[in-house]
Write a protein that binds this ligand. Sequence first.
Ligand code: ADP
Length: 157
Amino acid sequence: MVRALYPGSFDPVTRGHLDLVDRARRLFDSVTVAVARNSSKQPLFDVEERIEMLRHELPEDVAIVGFQELVVDFAQRNGFGVVLRGLRNVGDFEFEYQMALTNRHLRETVETVFVMPSHRFSFLSSSLIKDIVRYGGDVSSFVTPRVEDALRRKLRG
Ligand code: ADP
């Protein structure tokens, strides 16, 4: 059994995240999405809102949890052998490579696995999407209609 943990901010979930989960479900026995509570990124949505949006968009066999500790500690304590991360471009690679090796140093038993999204989503980020909505742009090809509504309500009232 290989259980994968997919940690991140998901502020909010994008079609890129969903694409990654789809691919991961074909690779691993189970996939759990872990939403960071202690993000230093000043999230727009609180963790409960982010989890609720994910719940509507993800298949039922994908579990969703909030967490507030080192990813590798959470993974090991809960029996996850794999930490899943997305690689969109070389910009991601530098940071992710450093983090993966740091995590390996902390917990030898937890392996980081990178998956690349469809090229259609490889330029997408939650922060870019928030900027587009802030200035009234169309993000319907980047997020689901439900998430787009939530963004509009939050950013444009
Ligand atoms: P974090 O704060 O951990 O970077 P994000 O929600 O931005 O949280 O991203 C979580 C994970 O999902 C990261 O591994 C990131 O590379 C990946 N990711 C983000 N956007 C995309 C996308 N468009 N396609 C594939 N993976 C993505």
